[in-house]
Design a protein. Structure first.
Length: 500
């Protein structure tokens, strides 16, 4: 007899399920308390060096007690998050999550589905969620879509479909199937993931034409028309126009109706990057401005941003379901559908995207929409927009604060400006101010550069934010700015914060 057959077989389930139950109850109690009291914590705090050193230790060779592992999590990981679930987090564009979303991820993790193939509940939930997403954007029922990790993959997926639809045999021959170099068009304010998408699909960043913007940070239509005509005259093949439904810097919305008309006149694909701003379509005040979404060939948006759901879940929709499927479907023996059994379920989701292995990300969307209903989300998005306009008004009332561009949706750009400082000094001052605000745990806006000016940028996609939190950020900005000016005066009018 083979000696290996006499060994005691092992597994990874616990020796004592009672301990798992005890730990599970403890975790739920701790996390509910954590969420309930999240506003009482600093929005962010630096990670001590001794904690960072813990993450340099080598791979453990033997296991630890499950309670010890959890204690280490509470000591070294839980206290130092990015802070986006806090009511005073306004950095980049990040959603907040909900208790139900967290429970959904727990349930999905316990089920541990590979939610792309097989006759299993996850695929039916996924299909229903895609249909709900089509309803959100007023897309036709016969359209298609896929849930992805976020806007970056959503935009890459859209450009792949656009390329393969416009260029015959692109799926097999790639960009070499075209009779000239392919070109796509977007504004200079477009998110950098579109540049990465151009690189990934073989287009190259140089062939993604970044068109200048006007003083509202919207794409310059005349410049776009001129560049398309110039490229065609030089033998290039325009294949896609990308419109912004909410730029990351300022929240600007491109003139989508005009972009749609140009795309139709030129017979090229029209894609909209609506990572967060597309969901403003739910708000009556923005429905007309975003109506062109309904006619776009594809639209990308994130549910983990302005639908406040747990990371990670984004979506991309297509008007032409056949074009979407044709870009990704490949017949292989091990994915052949059967008449019955586990292999007799819906078509594999991998026929609509890159992934064959994927978690049950649709569950948190399904449970969250079931819990709150669409009306609640509409009201929350409207509230965030109102809060952004309130913040803009508060900034304009503060003599030492300067609003750097008009508020158009949910992004507010401003800076501390006491007067009598040049641009370089103001840039150094505001960068230092932002870092000190973070370190003090007062609030967590982010930053960007507008016309060479370093600005503090607050993007409000947070269901926990109240106007008092915005007031506290304003007060903190002024207080830190005044402290920095005293330091500035005491150092004979030289900012050297960043060279200490």
């Amino acid at each position: 007899m083979n000696e290996a057959n006499t060994k005691t077989e092992i597994g990874l389930d616990p020796a004592d399920w009672a301990d798992v139950k005890k730990l599970g109850h403890l975790i739920i109690d701790d996390m509910v308390d954590y969420l309930q009291n999240i506003g009482e914590r600093p929005v962010w705090q630096p990670i001590p060096q001794q904690v960072k050193d813990e993450f340099k230790k080598p791979l453990p060779q033997t296991g630890s007690d499950i309670f010890s592992v959890y204690d280490e999590f509470k000591q070294n990981i839980l206290p130092y998050p990015g802070g986006n679930i806090h009511p005073k987090h306004f950095s980049w564009v990040q959603g907040t999550g909900t208790p139900m979303g967290a429970f959904a991820d727990l349930l999905a993790a316990v089920m541990n589905n590979n939610a792309t193939i097989g006759d299993q509940s996850a695929l039916y939930v996924d299909a229903q969620v895609i249909n709900w997403c089509k309803e959100l954007m007023n897309y036709p029922a016969e359209g298609s879509g896929i849930l992805v990790s976020g806007g970056s993959i959503a935009n890459i997926t859209a450009l792949i479909v656009a390329r393969n639809t416009v260029i015959a045999n692109a799926k097999n021959a790639g960009v070499y199937a075209a009779e000239g170099k392919l070109t796509a068009y977007c504004s200079s304010e477009t998110h950098n993931c579109l540049g990465k998408a151009a690189e990934v699909i073989g287009l190259g960043n140089e062939q993604l034409r970044k068109i200048p913007v006007n003083d509202r940070f919207e794409i310059d239509i005349a410049a776009l028309r001129k560049k398309i005509a110039e490229d065609k005259a030089n033998g290039y093949i325009p294949f896609c126009i990308i419109g912004n439904a909410g730029t990351v810097n300022t929240g600007a919305i491109d003139p989508l109706d005009e972009l749609l008309q140009i795309a139709r006149a030129e017979n090229i694909w029209f894609h909209i990057d609506g990572a967060f701003g597309a969901l403003a379509k739910l708000v009556p005040a923005f429905q007309q401005k975003l109506k062109a979404i309904e006619q776009a060939d594809s639209i990308a948006f994130d549910l983990h941003k302005w639908m406040y759901m747990q990371y990670e879940v984004g979506c991309v929709l297509f008007k032409n379901a056949a074009a979407h499927r044709n870009a990704f479907a490949t017949a292989v023996n091990y994915l052949t559908a059967h008449e019955r059994g586990l292999a007799g379920g819906p078509e594999t989701i991998s026929n609509y995207g890159m992934e064959l292995s994927r978690g049950f990300k649709a569950l948190k969307v399904w449970m969250s929409l079931k819990e709150h209903g669409l009306g609640k989300y509409r009201d929350m998005i409207c509230q965030n927009i109102d809060q952004a306009f309130y913040l803009g008004e508060r900034i304009e009332l503060e003599p030492k604060l300067e609003l750097m561009t008009a508020v158009t949706m949910n992004v507010v750009c401003f800076r501390f400006n006491p007067g009598d400082l040049d641009q370089e000094q103001l840039n150094i001052l505001n960068k230092e101010l932002l870092m000190r605000m973070h370190e003090a745990g007062i609030a967590a806006p982010s930053y960007t550069i507008l016309y060479g000016n370093y600005v503090i940028r607050a993007a409000i996609t947070n269901h926990r934010t109240r106007r008092k939190h915005l007031d506290e950020m304003i007060a903190g900005t002024v207080k830190i700015g005044e402290i920095l000016m005293k330091e500035f005066d005491s150092k004979m009018f030289k900012f050297d914060f960043l060279t200490r």
